[in-house]
Write a protein that binds this ligand. Structure first.
Ligand code: C2O
Ligand code: CU
Length: 536
């Protein structure tokens, strides 16, 4: 019943040993039911930071009345700076993990859930065997040691479960948290910090009459993803914060299973962006609104200076269309359909403050990745999105947990040009030859109707977006989102709208092994809209 063993029993041991050298321990003992090695602490690894991270059941107050039963991460610091773990009060979310670039980190993951789990550090550049690949999932009662060095520049990342076919439900029931990496370059900017730097994790949930989390509304809803009609921020409903009349830094993360937000201020103030998934931009950018898909992060400068005490300012999700086929809108049973307009959270100016930091003109030194650094400047590696009959595929395939032979192999220490696009005209499984657009001609309205937006996430190092193009530039849905994308900076998740083609440059440096890429609509991911690269 434990799928990892199923994986190994259905696999020739020779193949597994070649592909997964770190599994050599699994080949010892009983041949038919090999155990994964339980990774324990390495005596040669000298951590600067060490903590226990426990996945467990709990109950938290979310709505008035009965507490809500959840899954949650709880942590205990064993070694490192006192501010490494910051608990969010009354929240099911795990503590904010604060790391510094260059630190060596050891984490003892303990599974006290009734089901197998494994944790992925979304955004961190870590070795394959530390990345939370589903094959490393541990059973209830087991533990797993992660050891890695923080190689990333400053940025906000995510930790969340990644077990085979159970990521969506475990995240939905509460397992997630934020990781904040800082570095010297960021610190020197003296951006708002301490009480003036706020983590904002946005999620949507549905509750039953007893205040318990309700998941799933049938097959059709899962094709579209799972949506809730209550917006939670940092695990709290109707989130309101008292703020001073000065500048804040908002570290925003979309931790929802499927919901895409179009963030905007209710008084029409444009949004000032400092950074995206992979950290700070070279310079701030101002946008009328910002799109934020599951798995994406935004670093926002919110300046409340000059506003009078008592003033309310609401961060909303504004109306948009085109992310779901219209049929999907009808089948989405949520009373808060994707693309509707609703409040996310409210800031109340509570105190007048006279001095506020100024927005820096320059932020980070970022050397752009260029085409001539790519091994394949004229032959982008395809990531074809297709929506088949009851299936969501990448490059013509659904994820095959029991078949460890990835079709995508990439030489280590190379930089690759990749192209993510919607493949039309079929019920999937037709391979990559049916790409619409390469043969000329536009797909009909029907083709567009079948498409939906997918946030594509690639594990490993962050990438750079070099172009976005759309087949039907006049599409009304696209017009309602197009000004909300940040193309600069480094990303690990990119929202690909129906009919859109996105080209990225991604480095594959330092580590060999299996790394996932998938749709971060977690229902799609669990349906198999996931593949892996073998970096070799
Ligand atoms: Cu945030 Cu593979 O996931
Ligand atoms: Cu998807």
């Amino acid at each position: 019943n434990y799928s990892r063993r199923r994986f190994l029993t259905h696999t020739s041991l020779g193949v597994a040993a070649t592909l997964l050298p770190n599994w050599s321990g699994a080949m010892q003992g009983m041949a038919m039911l090999p155990q994964m090695p339980k990774r324990t602490a390495s005596p040669t690894f000298k951590p600067d930071v060490e903590f226990e991270l426990r996945c467990e059941r709990g109950a938290v107050p979310i709505l008035t009345g009965q507490q809500t039963r959840v899954f949650q991460y709880r942590a205990k610091l064993l070694k490192g700076p006192d501010n490494t773990l910051v608990t969010l009060p009354d929240s099911y979310l795990g503590p904010l993990i604060q790391l510094q670039r260059g630190q060596k980190v050891r984490i003892h993951l303990q599974n006290a859930l009734p089901e197998a789990s494994v944790t992925h550090w979304h955004g961190l550049h870590v070795p394959a065997e530390m990345d939370g690949h589903p094959v490393y999932a541990i059973n209830p009662g087991e533990s797993l040691v992660y050891e890695f060095e923080v190689l990333n520049r400053a940025g906000l990342h995510i930790y969340h479960p990644h077990p085979h076919e159970a990521t969506a439900t475990q995240v939905y029931y509460g397992l997630a948290g934020a990781i904040r990496v800082s570095d010297a370059e960021e610190t020197a900017l003296e951006l708002p910090s301490g009480a003036y730097e706020l983590p904002i994790v946005i999620q949507d949930r549905a509750f039953d009459a007893d205040n318990q989390l309700a998941y799933g509304h049938g097959m059709h809803a899962s094709m579209m993803g799972n949506y809730g009609d209550r917006i939670l921020v940092n695990g709290r409903a109707d989130y309101q914060l008292d703020v001073d009349s000065r500048a804040y830094r908002l570290r925003i993360m979309n931790g929802s299973n499927a919901r895409i937000y179009k963030l905007g201020w209710d008084d029409g103030t444009p949004i000032t962006v400092l950074g995206v998934d992979g950290g700070l931009l070279a310079a701030p950018e101002v946008k009328p609104y910002l799109m934020l898909a599951p798995g994406e992060r935004l670093d926002v400068w919110a300046d409340f200076s000059g506003r009078n005490p008592g003033t309310l300012l609401t961060l909303r999700s504004l109306a948009f269309s085109g992310a779901l086929p219209s049929m999907g809108m009808m089948m989405n049973h949520s009373s808060l359909p994707l693309g509707s307009d609703f409040p996310i959270m409210t800031f109340k100016i509570a105190r007048k403050i006279d001095d506020s930091p100024k927005l820096p003109k320059q932020l980070a030194s970022l050397t752009p990745l260029t085409l001539n650094q790519c091994s394949n400047p004229n032959q982008p590696r395809p990531i074809a999105i297709s929506e088949g009959h009851m299936a969501m595929l990448l490059n013509g395939h659904a994820y095959e947990y029991n078949n460890p032979l990835p079709t995508e192999r990439i030489p280590v220490n190379t930089i690759q040009l990749m192209e993510i696009f919607h493949e039309h005209g079929g019920h999937g499984g037709m391979g990559m030859g049916r790409r619409h657009g390469s043969g000329g001609g536009r797909h009909g309205r029907m083709g567009m109707m079948m498409s939906m937006a997918h946030p594509i996430h690639l594990h490993g190092q962050q990438f750079q977006i070099i172009s976005r193009s759309i087949e039907d530039a006049d599409d009304a849905g696209y017009a309602s989102v197009r000004d909300g994308f940040i193309e600069s900076g480094l990303k690990d998740t990119v929202l690909v709208m129906p009919g859109e083609t996105v080209r990225i440059i991604k480095p594959f440096q330092d580590f060999k092994g299996l790394f996932m890429y998938h749709c971060h609509n977690l229902e799609h991911e669990d349906m198999g809209m996931m593949r892996e690269f073998l970096i070799e």
